[in-house]
Design a protein around this ligand. Structure first.
Ligand SMILES: [Zn+2]
Length: 343
């Protein structure tokens, strides 16, 4: 316990608190800017079992804020690289990773056996999914979000207070909003992630009655103005997550527009002009496969993260082959059809 003595001398932690940390199982969803400080601090403070979930790969545009990643990590799975790096911080803790994006089935599998779930994602869909599965299993959720110079942190626990849906009842309509490059700086994600790690520690070591003031409290920071406000979110009477009838069927299924998982990606539709003019996803770009086959050069840069989408997946796959031959490095295909988004 020598390793942890500077924290165990604090009466709020003590040896009893340290034992709780060492026997805790924590799930970190997202190995990006928020996931980095969360994973680092949790490993260093001795959280005994840490699992990191992320299907994304490291790209050059991540390096300015996801500070454990280096140029050598580009193209590798984020969850895998982050777990390797935090293992080096503390060999006494058990670190594992799941190299895929969270979906409903995976959440149902993983959350049941975790003590705490930390939301380090960058999209509304994942946050709703995390919230709902946490509510189903009655697990605490440490919420974090950032946009430009602003950040939010909160603790939700549906049986003891408000949940994320009490704050935001439903997913905002502007589906593709996250694809735009809103911009972000390292210290903002570093600070919010550190506050999440602190919230996680508090939840793990505290008795339930000590958490009353924490649950449902969300702090909003503007780091550019150095201002902040703290809001107490009340349990919303109509929120489904606190009702006895809440079950697996009511869980939000993450919207499958893949670019929601990647705030810097653009969605490129490779169907032909007539199909595009009939229907296309708001905010997507258009690059018909026929034009690509005829030598058209895309107007995005070689390292731009791009998700290709079409009707059945065949043309997106063909477009990916062509773009990869042209040295575009971050090209993926959507697993879904454009028409799944037609309302
Ligand atoms: Zn709620």
């Amino acid at each position: 316990m020598q390793r942890y003595i500077r924290q165990t001398i604090l009466p709020q932690i003590g040896n009893a608190g340290q034992e709780k940390l060492l026997s805790s199982k924590v799930l970190i969803i997202g190995a990006g800017g928020l996931g980095h400080p969360v994973a680092q601090y949790l490993a260093a403070m001795g959280v005994g079992d840490i699992k990191i979930v992320d299907g994304d790969t490291v790209s050059i545009t991540n390096l300015h804020r996801q500070i454990l990643f280096t140029d050598d990590d580009i193209g590798k799975n984020k969850a895998e690289v982050l777990s390797q790096k935090i293992k080096m911080i503390n060999h006494e803790v058990d670190v594992s990773f799941v190299p895929v994006f969270l979906d409903k089935k995976l959440a149902l599998d993983l959350f049941a056996t975790s003590d705490l779930i930390i939301d380090c994602t960058d999209n509304f869909e994942s946050k709703f999914l995390i919230n709902d599965v946490c509510a189903l299993y009655d697990k605490p959720m440490i919420y974090g979000a950032i946009s430009q110079f602003e950040g939010q942190v909160g603790v939700f626990w549906s049986s003891k207070g408000a949940c994320y849906r009490c704050l935001y009842p439903s997913v905002p309509k502007s589906k593709i909003q996250n694809c735009a490059e809103a911009g972000v700086v390292g210290p903002v994600v570093g600070t919010i992630g550190s506050l999440q790690a602190m919230g996680a520690m508090k939840v793990l070591i505290s008795r339930n009655d000590e958490l009353t003031s924490l649950i449902g409290r969300v702090n909003f920071y503007n780091f550019y103005d150095h201002s902040y406000r703290s809001l107490r979110i009340n349990l919303r009477p109509t929120c489904q997550c606190h009702k006895a009838t809440f079950n697996e069927d009511a869980i939000f299924e993450a919207n499958p527009v893949d670019c929601h998982y990647k705030s810097t990606a653009i969605l490129v539709d490779v169907r032909e002009e007539n199909e595009w003019s009939e229907f296309h996803i708001e905010g997507s770009c258009h690059l018909p496969l026929s034009e690509l086959e005829n030598g058209r050069v895309p107007d995005f840069t070689l390292d731009r993260e791009v998700i290709l989408i079409c009707k059945a997946g065949v043309r997106a796959e063909r477009a990916r082959e062509i773009l990869q031959k042209m040295n575009y490095k971050n090209i993926q295909c959507s697993k879904r059809s454009v028409y799944e988004y037609q309302t």
